[in-house]
Design a protein around this ligand. Sequence first.
Ligand code: SF4
Length: 468
Amino acid sequence: MKVNSPLQIYKYLPQTNCGECGEATCMAFASHLLDRSKKVADCPPLLDDKYKKKYLELSELLAPEIREVIAGVGETAVKIGGDDVLYRHQLTFFNPTVLAYDVTDTMSEEELVDRVKRISGFKKFYVGSFLKLNMVAVRSTSNDPERFKRAVKKVSETTTLPLILCSFNPDVLAAGLEVSADKKPILYAATKENWQQVSELALKERTPVVLFSPGDLDELKTLAVSFREMGIEDLILDPGTYPRGEQLKTTFQNFLKIRRAGIKEGQKDIAYPLMATPITAWMVNEDPIRASYWETVLASVFTVRYGDVMIMHSIEPYALIPEVLIRETIYTDPRTPVRVDPGVYEVGNPTKDSPVIVTTNFALTYYTVESDLSSNDIDCYLATVDTDGIGVEASVAGGQLTAAKIKETFDNAGFDFKEKTSHNTVILPGLAARLQGDVEDVTGLNVKIGPPDSGRIPGWMETNWPPK
Ligand code: SF4
């Protein structure tokens, strides 16, 4: 993106404040274009012929530095790449790393279907939403076009997740495309040996394609230029993922070099999303636990530096959970604290004798406390104070968690202690102990100080509840 303020964008807009985009003013719309929560085409007047020049110029200015490639169709389609910065704190990373897990065409049908169901059915609840896997990579280990076609067809029938068709044999890729082109799969991969046949397939079916040139960045760039000259823009670059030793160090440096060239040096020829293949850990580790461990290590490394899509093998929870969690951490937007709506929530089935516990609306804090309470069968009311999504200790220090805010939370929720409880008591987090006197004065409630972390609430309850 070549603009960094709404004012720079504003001059390309019609400036009529007509409201057709759903915003009150063109300036407000410009702010949304800048943070990518709206698209240029969301301004209908700009699509008029008289604004065509400005529309094209603005689209060019707002295009991400790294091309965004879309694979799949419908709700499970994935966006790959599309970043503008080298470091998350400079803005944010936009499209989370797409995680693909492999199946092969030499699996039995039963094994294939079972594995695909496990990949598409995986979900892990974290901070208010489910973390999921994104793609199925169908690898041809038979090198037999007919067999590959059958496997791709079966996978397509079993899942709505988008596919990566994996083979260096263009005939095999063509057979897979015959039964999946309408799902817009990714072709993996074009190399210096097969690029002409693979480019014909990509051109014919308009599918994204991965260019693979292990360890040779000049060759990778040459391939990218050739494909672009043929009009194929939906490219993903795979510079090879060596799983250990000096070559792993070189792999990491290659990822940095390509991304720097794309963003800092503006080299459009190489400004494409990157594919990492942590699955290569299985080529050098015989023990499956060890292979899985190193695969997850590689996945973590390339989630942080700059793998936009990855192919992996292990679908054991001990591999998947760290992989989806580190992705979530890296791709959380640093401009927006993750928060839940303030209010007074019921945990379990609280009665008049149940405790009333205060926490903040920082999502990680809220869900941790809620999980500690519900998993220990503690029925209670959980009051979530609007601290702008900041945790307890920082919000006490910063003045976002105050006695007045706590009172306001109960008032706004219509929570009347006399009616709802038999004890007129509220429990503050241990890290907010210094607010005790203020809360007593402002609310007129009895205030008890809970433990400093919610994991200790069950033990604390044994000696402190009910209040004497
Ligand atoms: S639709 Fe376009 S012209 Fe109308 S307010 Fe929005 S940005 Fe401005």
